[in-house]
Design a protein around this ligand. Structure first.
Ligand code: APR
Length: 231
């Protein structure tokens, strides 16, 4: 029999216990930096050095952290389910833990791309993107990140995937950022939806959601054990 499909939407909270800052918690990144100064196309046009430095620091940190219990629990879930991860995160911790199918909605920190042709994407060697690093067409390379105000090219594929879920898990996201937050709207009626987050998240638009008020490590490991028993 075909395995049931579990689609998992993750946000910064799934990587918090690895030591990566979230964005909107107290002490989060958007308290320390102005989004408009580092994460928009206008910021890039105005001050490439500052934008590159912001992402260089994030990338450097990524080399110093490891996946946590939540990432590993989602790998274990593959023993009995077809697990499809849609992540808002730009880190590679799901992949490093061993998850087979990971879709990045907001780009990937370890990749860079041409600033004139977005199909020219490269793996960056090491953590540092420098002024003068150029694509094959001679333009400055930029972080492979979806900035505020830019389209999210993976959304149609993520919506389609969400509509095929037998079970839907949402882990560690404040659901503040659209269109990612609207993906759960594509889930079929009757599909169980679980949300794991230690804080109160607005779930008004998710009828019947089962909220688990835990940190990702503990909450995901426990839910995965339960789902594996049920399978
Ligand atoms: N386990 C699970 N969840 C946690 C943990 C933890 N240990 N610690 C914090 N959280 C939760 C917070 O309670 C919050 O609900 O993670 C969530 C993080 O929310 P945000 O900081 O808003 O991050 P996210 O939802 O991923 O942001 C979406 O916004 O700026 C951007 O592009 C960026 O992809 C990002 C998008």
């Amino acid at each position: 029999m075909a395995k049931k499909r579990i689609v998992v939407l993750t946000g910064a909270g799934v990587s918090a216990e690895s030591g990566i800052s979230t964005f909107r918690d107290s002490g989060g990144l958007w308290e320390k930096y102005d989004i408009m100064e580092v994460a928009t196309p206008e910021a890039w046009a105005r001050n490439q050095d500052l934008v590159m430095e912001f992402y260089n620091q994030r990338r450097k940190q990524l080399y110093e952290v490891e996946p946590n219990a939540a990432h590993y629990a989602l790998v274990k879930l593959e023993e009995k389910y077809d697990v499809q991860i849609i992540t808002q995160n730009v880190d590679d911790l799901h992949e490093r833990a061993g998850s087979s199918c990971v879709m990045h909605l907001h780009g990937e920190l370890k990749k860079v791309r041409s600033s004139v042709d977005e199909s020219l994407v490269y793996e960056l060697e090491g953590w540092e993107l420098r002024k003068g690093d150029k694509c094959a067409k001679g333009s400055q390379l930029r972080p492979h990140i979806v900035w505020f105000g830019e389209p999210v090219p993976m959304i149609p594929a993520a919506a389609e995937l969400s509509s095929t879920a037998d079970i839907y898990l949402i882990i560690g996201t404040s659901l503040n950022v659209y269109p990612a937050a609207s993906l759960v709207g594509y889930v079929q009626r009757g599909c169980p939806v679980y949300l794991i987050d230690p804080a109160e998240v607005n779930v008004m638009h998710i009828p019947g959601v089962k909220v688990i008020r835990e940190r990702a490590g503990k909450g995901t490991a426990e839910l995965v054990d339960e789902l594996l028993k049920e399978a």
